[in-house]
Design a protein around this ligand. Structure first.
Ligand SMILES: [Zn+2]
Length: 150
């Protein structure tokens, strides 16, 4: 089957340019390509992409998920609160940090969906992740509310 795993993605053999791409390029894909380029700011697409990436991550625990999230430089997740049915997660150093504020706008839906896919895999539960704060909106951090459904 022609699929790629995260193991495959780590096989990098670029002689001159190496393994890193600038954050500016990630932002271009995220904000110009997906957010501006797709209908409804790409909402359903980012959800599908994010969940798929999250559920494909080689992780078994929430701690694994949080460390790979940081390793991949998506951001640094911090668990602020946890109940039976909810989790509140703050993401520090999100890719959007430093962009000009646009009140009323939140752009980190893909990153939330990655958390959703990953959490649902490691907890083996149905859950939804809602973006409730974003640097772009002028909030002090990007933040997500997780609702565990079963
Ligand atoms: Zn954000």
């Amino acid at each position: 089957m022609n699929t790629f795993t995260f193991e495959d993605l780590k096989k990098i053999d670029r002689l001159k340019l190496g393994e890193d791409v600038p954050l500016e390029l990630y932002r271009a894909i995220r904000l110009i390509g997906l957010n501006q380029g797709l209908p409804m700011e790409g909402k359903t697409t980012t959800l599908t992409i994010g969940r798929k990436i999250g559920s494909s991550l080689p992780v078994e625990t929430v701690e694994d998920l949080f460390s790979i999230y940081e390793e991949l430089k998506i951001g640094i997740p911090v668990l602020l609160e946890k109940t039976e049915t909810t989790m509140l997660i703050r993401v520090e150093d999100c890719f959007c940090e430093g962009l000009p504020i646009q009140e009323g706008k939140m752009v980190c839906d893909l990153e939330g969906a990655i958390l959703e896919g990953g959490l649902s895999k490691v907890l083996d539960k149905k859950l939804s992740v809602f973006e409730i704060k974003c640097n772009i909106n002028g909030d002090e951090h990007c933040e997500y509310m997780v609702r565990i459904l079963d």
